[in-house]
Ligand binder design. Structure first.
Ligand code: FE2
Length: 428
């Protein structure tokens, strides 16, 4: 007998009236109109059944710390880094773990079941690394957490000196951190930025680790570190294992140069993560008017065959005062900032917070095919575009066949004479 049978579901690729059958935590059948015995049968009523949301770029060590020790008044990236610097010596492992676990609760309720989080390694104690490794262990039964060793202060520029920072990175990897991070545009000079990429990619190649760098998170059109990242990826044979996060300077680059850059990125099989909520908030801060949007060139990257995901980056921390772990809010902002308003463009924005992000993280068993993990979200929407438009309610969230979260259907009652008694916000 099956464990779970979900009938009359619509899938993100448009297939309707689909039944998904689950046994032992795996999808064993995906077909139209199957009827079979199961311990639990759910009628999806034509609603969208999606693989879980995936956040390929986050900072769980800073999440939910908004206001500690003070609020970022200017709202800029640099004041955010300063506030984080003030908070770091005051952090305790217990508080960090508690905030991170609370955020993971929010994530699960929103159907967000995999997160790649950067963790600051510019602290000799590696307190945040220890805390997030503990969180990773505790949430493992219900959420995939992947850690990136992130030298926030610059591996060469940071106050501890290059040797100590490299040592911290290696210690973090030895403790179980999964990915090598970096921040080349924050190093002292362009040459130092390039040198940091070479050093960090060589470390990743030596240790067989993937790379995910904060790269060119700047409005400076001459911040071209992604070119070096693509070069080192290709030189070291790291194809498909390297991610450039943010890449906001591409927004301001010369078009001719970008026409040379895109094929180099495609050749190296780089992954790209844009962070729409943060990019639209932090970039263009030195502009008067017109103000640049500052998100990387998402449609052009996709057209060049490059995998692009959207990340949340921050929730209630020194850089961003809002957020709730809702990847549909991220997709909604990405769609607007990139003007991806065609049917294809809107669907690509949904992919950016699901399948594309899963590719960045190299998640195993992800998807709605036979043999994949029975992990999915039933949304109060009929297709991916409606899901983004409504930032749709997550009716049910399963992982490996186990129900993790439920939210009651949202219905607004209307008390207006002569009109319907409820509003569902569906197109007539
Ligand atoms: Fe980030």
């Amino acid at each position: 007998m099956l464990d779970l049978l979900i009938q009359n579901a619509t899938l993100p690729d448009g297939r309707a009236g689909v039944t998904v059958a689950v046994r032992d935590g795996k999808i064993v059948e995906v077909t139209a109109g199957l009827d079979a015995l199961a311990h639990e049968v759910i009628d999806a009523h034509g609603r969208l059944l999606s693989p879980p949301f995936v956040d390929a770029h986050f900072h769980l060590d800073a999440a939910l710390s908004y206001g500690l020790p003070r609020v970022n008044q200017s709202g800029t990236l640099l004041e955010g880094i300063a506030v984080w610097g003030e908070l770091k010596p005051l952090l305790t492992q217990e508080a960090l773990i508690e905030r991170a676990l609370t955020y993971c609760d929010w994530a699960v309720a929103k159907g967000l079941l995999a997160i790649r989080t950067h963790v600051d390694v510019c602290d000799e104690r590696l307190l945040a690394v220890e805390a997030l490794l503990e969180v990773k262990r505790r949430v493992a039964p219900y959420l995939d957490l992947q850690l990136v060793a992130f030298p926030q202060d610059g591996v060469l520029r940071g106050p501890l000196g290059p040797d100590q920072h490299m040592d911290n990175l290696k210690r973090a990897l030895a403790m179980g951190v999964d990915v090598v991070g970096g921040i080349p545009h924050f190093e002292r000079t362009y040459e130092e930025g390039s040198r940091s990429i070479k050093l960090l990619c060589e470390l990743a190649a030596e240790q067989g680790k993937p790379v995910d760098m904060h790269c060119d998170e700047s409005d400076d059109p001459l911040s071209r570190h992604v070119e070096t990242l693509a070069y080192e990826t290709q030189r070291l044979g790291l194809h498909g294992r390297v991610t450039g996060s943010h890449l906001t300077s591409m927004h301001s680059m010369d078009n001719y140069y970008v026409s040379k850059l895109l094929p180099l990125m495609a050749e190296a099989q780089l992954h790209v993560v844009a962070n729409p909520l943060i990019n639209i908030t932090l970039q263009g801060r030195h502009d008067t008017y017109p103000k640049r949007r500052g998100m990387t060139r998402v449609p052009e990257l996709l057209a060049a065959g490059i995998n692009v995901a959207f990340g949340h980056d921050c929730v209630l921390d020194p850089w961003y005062s809002l957020g709730s772990g809702d990847m549909l809010e991220v997709a909604h902002m990405g769609l607007h900032v990139a003007q991806m308003t065609s049917q294809q463009g809107m669907r690509q924005c949904f992919d950016a917070v699901t399948t594309n992000a899963a590719k960045v993280m190299h998640l195993q068993g992800y998807g709605l095919e036979v043999g994949c993990d029975a992990s999915f979200v039933l949304l109060q929407a009929r297709d991916p575009i409606e899901a983004i438009r409504l930032r749709a309610n997550r009716l049910k969230v399963w992982r490996k066949g186990k129900l993790l979260a439920e939210t009651a259907e949202v219905v607004a009652k209307l008390h207006v004479a002569g009109r319907p008694n409820a509003v569902g916000f569906l197109q007539p």
